[in-house]
Write a protein that binds this ligand. Structure first.
Ligand code: ATP
Ligand code: MG
Length: 420
């Protein structure tokens, strides 16, 4: 128990964190190119925000939230998704009073869902998410889809496809609800228990069921796309034109409804084929009524969330190796009496922007070499009696065996020179 992390959580080890940092850098760059700036919101919010924002008929709210009472007897929930917190922040700080759109992203935001842990499904995962407030045009939807697609493609992820759908708005969706309920009504007894509940509370969600049996039963279900009002249809057409203009392949998939209640018009997913089947790496859509539902301002918005663990999983599956920086550029080894010199040399190297270290564990010179080798440092610096007496350092190239003895004052330049 003491040495075991809770089920569905994962440590990122020091030797692996460079992979996360690499992704984070790419994500920041992609967001910045389109004018998105970082927002950081708390890990927990008032439970009410998610009941209102995510919707109390969703799987997330019904089954997956980490909710508890704090010592002040308030109901608190660990973020089960990123958008509601961003909306709360947007409203609380009157960001709508500035010129819109207001573009923000969050990176590495921890997301908590009490799920059944399995491959690609954790109880704590991390998302890169973008939200664009105040933009009603489909160009905003399209730029988000493009940003996500290009980012994943740049990383080298293969077999990526963009699936889009429109789930209409409060003026056209009710008609669809009625049609869908008529269609589902007769099949209900054969469906899973959750779908029978969904049928009552939110029939659209039945299309999102992951059970094979239910998917089979709904494969000929009526499509929302046939019932879109003129405005929603025009918006969807504009989205498709933008994607075509940008030259990215997409597929209209009328079964994509997304797991959250707040979506209107556009919904989309970026999916890949893996050996275990289809994996959604990014999901998002438009939520024109969410801001008004949480606050008073009626402000359209669109966004997406991308799971970092799933991106890393796909990189692994595709055999893509990310550049790994060495822990040290140079490891300083020393003979017994010269520890203080070695210590000073390490400080000098670090001040010169060179990753350096020395032994802190009382190793013999031989063991220091062995350790230096293990760290993967391309160079070692040696301070023996001779070097100490002459005010010099011997630099050794670990791979090539090249050696150079240089005055201590010139060590930074020499190191840079040797590692190129
Ligand atoms: P799914 O249909 O796979 O359950 P979702 O619709 O619940 O996904 P979103 O709420 O849209 O997912 O979350 C956005 C992204 O976050 C997903 O596309 C996925 O990459 C990632 N994600 C969601 N849930 C998990 C989880 N439990 N573990 C790891 N990553 C997740
Ligand atoms: Mg889910």
């Amino acid at each position: 128990m003491l040495t075991q992390a809770p089920r569905g959580t994962k440590d990122v080890l020091p030797a692996e964190s460079y992979r996360w940092q690499f992704l984070e850098k790419k994500m920041r760059e992609a967001a910045a190119l389109a004018g998105y700036r970082e927002v950081r919101t708390p890990v927990f919010e008032h439970t009410e925000l998610f009941l209102r924002g995510v919707g109390d008929t969703t799987d997330i709210v019904q089954k997956e939230m980490y909710t508890f009472r704090d010592k002040g007897d308030r109901s608190i929930t660990l973020k089960p998704e990123g958008t509601a917190g961003a909306v709360r922040c947007f409203l609380e700080h009157n960001l709508y009073a500035d010129a819109l759109p207001c573009k923000m992203y969050y990176l590495n935001a921890p997301i908590f869902r009490y799920e059944n842990p399995q491959s690609g499904r954790l109880r704590e995962h991390h998302q890169f998410g973008l939200e664009c407030f105040g933009a009603k045009e489909a160009t905003a939807d399209a730029e988000l889809i493009l940003l996500a697609y290009r980012l994943l493609q740049d990383l080298g992820i293969k077999n990526l496809s963009v699936e889009i759908n429109s789930i209409g708005c409060p003026s056209c969706r009710p008609v669809y609800h009625t049609r869908l309920k008529e269609y589902l009504g007769g099949k209900l007894s054969q469906m899973c228990e959750t779908c029978r509940e969904r049928f009552e509370r939110n029939p659209l969600r039945v299309l999102d069921c992951k059970e094979k049996k239910c998917q089979e039963l709904t494969k000929d279900a009526p499509s929302m796309l046939d019932l879109l009002c003129d405005e929603c249809r025009g918006h969807f057409d504009q989205l498709k034109s933008c994607l075509e203009q940008a030259g990215i392949p997409y597929r209209v998939n009328s079964r994509i409804v997304r797991g959250l209640d707040y979506y209107t018009k556009t919904v989309f997913e970026l999916v890949t084929e893996t050996k275990d089947g289809k994996l959604t790496v990014c999901g998002g859509g438009r939520y024109d009524n969410l801001v008004g539902q949480i606050g008073e301002q009626d402000i359209p918005a669109v966004g997406f969330g991308m799971g970092l663990e799933r991106v890393l999983m796909l990189l692994d599956a595709d055999g893509i190796v990310l550049p790994k920086p060495p822990q040290y550029d140079v490891f300083v080894t020393f003979m017994g009496a010269h520890g203080l010199r070695a210590f000073a040399l390490v400080q000098q190297l670090r001040a010169g922007g060179i990753r350096a270290d020395l032994d802190h564990c009382g190793r013999s010179l031989k063991a220091q070499f062995k350790y230096a080798n293990k760290t993967g440092a391309p160079l070692t610096a040696v301070i023996g009696d001779e070097e100490a007496a002459g005010g010099t350092v011997k630099l050794k190239n670990m791979a090539g065996g090249e050696e150079r003895t240089v005055p201590v004052s010139e060590v930074c330049g020499a190191v840079r020179n040797m590692i190129g």
